[in-house]
Design a protein around this ligand. Structure first.
Ligand code: GLC
Length: 436
């Protein structure tokens, strides 16, 4: 168990959050980085951005989709690398509030998500591609850099002053500048003084010369497009729900609901969160495919959520054949990704005594037989009881633990632990194990 303050426990409980990439780039339908990737004319892009005026944006609808999916928090791009602000900033007029839309989208989002009982996070890109000094850096343009960096700090102050309690500050875009250049330590100090309970991610820049994400700054890690646990701190894997981009893209292919759910289960099984992205349309709606998938996942979460929320890393035994495991207290949850219809599951290597087995999906108690090395769980229907992943809850006598031989996977641990197992059949290459 990680040693974290009480006011951060919600994040470990939550496991599932909503990432939202939305801005004037959504109108291009080619992702959030179209300005840079296509080297578009800056002036023209800005003119279009100022005309951006979504008519169908309803923050309550967004919040409802996330809540129904079983998500517990949101993270909205308040400003992406293109520099356009989704709130009423006093420091620039390049905002949704001052331009055609005439609305403070951040304010609407914060209010609606809070009202739906969700925690609120703000994504903020340090980078602003419009500003020459950002590209030049302090060596070549010390004055410009200084002004730009002050602008960044002041915007963060605005965001964390004007919208009540904010739960997560999600930075991005530190590249190519170091934490020193961004004055990230001072930034963190300011953030903590404004919002003592906030969580800050690990993208505030590296010590000079280092290009990986910051280990020094950051309350939680942000593995991107991958689900890898981080030792010693909380983490959240951010993932696209489609195949490519974060911002809205026409012609996108959608990852199936089973794959999205599997990412959530994998994150939980490794002790982390999934921040699943959606790129709403320019007009402000979540793509119908996405909304549909979130409904499906939400229905699954209604029944199986206890295997996810507040769960701990659960890779207790070898279980790759069937699925993944999570743990909570004395319970071991077997999340079955592949249903083979044999009517039974054989779990090898559980050392802890099982008191009861329940198919969470239907609530039915399952017959089982436990021997030293195996738990044979029976009574399973031939057809999977849900289109997504059925879950079996094993209620154990204590925190579930593996036998010595099963603690490590094949390629890990001391191989000599398996010697008695092999030697029990004999020692020779002959079928009966006996030497000739
Ligand atoms: C990457 C992308 C950026 C996106 C971010 C989300 O850094 O370049 O566009 O916002 O991932 O984590």
């Amino acid at each position: 168990m990680l040693n974290i303050p009480d006011y951060w426990q919600w994040f470990q409980q939550a496991r599932f959050g909503q990432f939202i990439h939305w801005g004037p780039y959504s109108a291009y339908g080619r992702g959030e980085q179209v300005l840079f990737r296509e080297h578009l004319d800056q002036q023209e892009y800005a003119e279009n951005a100022c005309k951006w005026n979504p008519q169908r944006f309803d923050a309550h609808e967004w919040a409802e989709i996330s809540r129904r999916a079983g998500m517990k928090y949101g993270v909205l791009t308040t400003r992406h690398h293109d520099g356009f602000c989704l709130w009423d900033s006093e420091l620039t007029d390049y905002t949704s509030a001052a331009q055609a839309a005439g609305r403070d989208f951040v304010g609407e989002y914060v209010e609606a998500f809070r009202e739906a009982g969700l925690r609120v996070g703000l994504y903020y890109s340090l980078a602003d591609w419009r500003i020459p000094a950002y590209w030049e850096g302090p060596e070549h343009d010390p004055k410009g850099w200084d002004e730009f960096q002050t602008y960044v700090h002041s915007q963060v102050r605005e965001l964390l002053t004007n919208y009540g309690e904010i739960d997560v500050m999600w930075f991005d875009g530190a590249w190519p500048h170091s934490a020193d250049r961004w004055k990230s330590h001072e930034l963190v100090e300011m953030i903590r003084s404004l919002q003592p309970a906030i969580l800050i991610n690990n993208r505030l820049g590296q010590p000079a010369g280092d290009t990986s994400f910051s280990d020094e700054l950051g309350d939680f890690g942000t593995p991107e497009h991958q689900i890898v646990s981080e030792a010693g701190r909380m983490w959240e894997s951010c993932q696209v729900s489609a195949w490519r981009l974060w911002g809205y893209a026409t012609g996108e292919r959608w990852r199936p609901a089973a794959l999205l759910l599997d990412m959530l289960v994998e994150a939980a099984s490794k002790g982390g969160n999934l921040l699943l992205n959606v790129g709403p349309t320019a007009d402000g709606e979540h793509p119908a495919e996405y909304a549909e998938q979130m409904k499906e996942i939400g229905q699954w979460m209604d029944v199986h959520g206890e295997a996810i929320y507040g769960s701990e890393a659960g890779d207790v035994c070898e279980f790759i054949t069937y699925g993944r495991q999570t743990r909570k207290g004395n319970n071991l949850y077997l999340v079955i990704r592949f249903w083979d219809g044999r009517g039974e599951v054989n779990l090898g290597g559980l050392a802890t005594k099982v008191n009861r087995a329940v198919l969470l999906t239907t609530g039915e108690e399952l017959p089982f037989a436990q021997t030293e090395d195996h738990v044979l769980i029976g009574g399973l229907p031939a057809e999977p009881p849900t289109k997504l992943f059925p879950v079996i809850r094993l209620e154990c006598d204590g925190p579930p633990q593996a036998r010595d031989w099963a603690v490590d996977r094949l390629w890990e641990g001391n191989p000599r632990r398996m010697m008695p197992w092999a030697a029990a059949r004999g020692t020779s290459v002959f079928a009966d194990g006996k030497p000739r």
